[in-house]
Design a protein around this ligand. Sequence first.
Ligand SMILES: [Zn+2]
Ligand SMILES: [Zn+2]
Ligand SMILES: [Zn+2]
Length: 141
Amino acid sequence: MIKTKCKDILRNGQQVVTQSRCDVLCILSKSQHPMSVAELKQTLGKSSPNVVTIYRMLESFLDKGIVRRVPLRSSEALFEFTGFGDHHHISCIECHKIEEVDDCAVSGALKNALKKSNKFASITQHTFELYGVCKECTKKK
Ligand SMILES: [Zn+2]
Ligand SMILES: [Zn+2]
Ligand SMILES: [Zn+2]
């Protein structure tokens, strides 16, 4: 079922539908957290295309707005399916575990910023990512 949905998303994004594109998109659309290329490759297993191919695929997904880059400070670029809507992340500075923050935590602040602004008519994009120490890492100390 999800396969058909992935195909539709690819077609709507004017993407050539291939098995590996479908697989990558399916994994991302089911993932509970943003994923790196290395993680994607690992999840794809034996049938995975090489890292360069996955990168190119993600670049074209980015172009069409199917995925977005999550602006968390991390050694690797993290990608996420855009169908999840506006939400944010908390990342552990010790173990880099990521938790999703449901809904937009800053929508009120955005409205205020726009109200105070003299030069802007709308705010179309924002980033807001949080860092902290997770409970497990706190226990270890
Ligand atoms: Zn941690
Ligand atoms: Zn997320
Ligand atoms: Zn938001």
